[in-house]
Design a protein. Sequence first.
Length: 403
Amino acid sequence: MQRKPTKILTLWLALCLHVAAAVAAPAKKSAEAEALMAYLQSIEGTQTLSGTMANVNWNINEAQWVHQHTGEWPALNGFDYLHLPFSTKGGWIDYTNTTVVEQWHRDGGIVSIMWHWNVPANSGKSGEYSFYYGTKSDQTTFDVKKIFQPASAEYQRMMSDIDRVADLLMLLKEKGIPVLWRPLHEAGGQWFWWGMDPAACNELWRVMYDRFEQKGLDNLIWVWTQSSVWGKPYSDGYRWYPGDEYVDIVSMDVYDNNSASNIYNTCYKFLAEASPGKLVAMTECGNVAQIGQQWDSGARWLFFMPWYDYGRTNDPSSANFKNAAHQHANKAWWDEAFSHDYVLTRDDVRQAMTSGIDDISADPQLTADPRRADSAWYTLDGRRVQRPGRGVYIHRGRLHVAR
């Protein structure tokens, strides 16, 4: 497919004009996470990032399928710590092997990670886990309210898993990879064990956030996904909102809705009004109206990400992989999306994030005599500083990273 010339919003100009929204947000981000956050803020409402989800957990199969059928790489790839209980070094699933994530990042892609948090299933059998709440043997009645009881076995399990995931995310921090981190998703729907009590779920989110912060995990951009029980208003889902100071991006998962105006009114507009000042994304979707139709209706998502089709992309070497049909977003849907200049690809992100970013950590002009630094340095929220420390700054219309 022949792609139209991309009209990339000049990040550096946008940053010069950017004034941070007056809403509480998580602090203490790494330079890489700050740079990514600044980029996301710069494209808000004017461009949208295309995204795909790994087929199950730790691959870029869906992104490969999109590239094979459209000639374009999506800007974002979602990963999942779904099989955490089974992850072992050198095993069939090994989350310490970050090769696929590193390569995606090096190629210019944005990394997103979610966590279908598996805990022991009701069967009580060794090796059987579940994240769905219920009384069947293959479900779990794991009690999220035990987050308030530090002496409980459930609390110990939660903290142990949180620490294990923190270690895995630290591997990415050490490699300078920022992550869109999406834990405890769709809690308000109450189909996952972590969503069975809003107060407990919110506490679990905050405990995780604080624990990560204590460990020095500052490469995360926190994404919260709204959901609500069938038949209840979407506003009910906000009982599971942990607070502005713990969230960077609010989102929704949208399926089986081909009405762009309905998606705008009930999803995008709802989130934008419920969380003013927050970035708004469609973190999952399937069988929805075309992106162009959604955009024209006013649904200016920060990014969108169709869910994977297991049978279609499970094996990239199979005949199925060559088929243009897809359970959630077929080739025609993707062709329409990429026909719009405001839909960004991985190449677009790489160009925007690498053209003009300077590492000034060892700038002799600043280290020898900061007074020699010509013109002013500004933080991303517009404050002038005499000498830049660790972080991201605007200087002479360009973005600079000090590590």
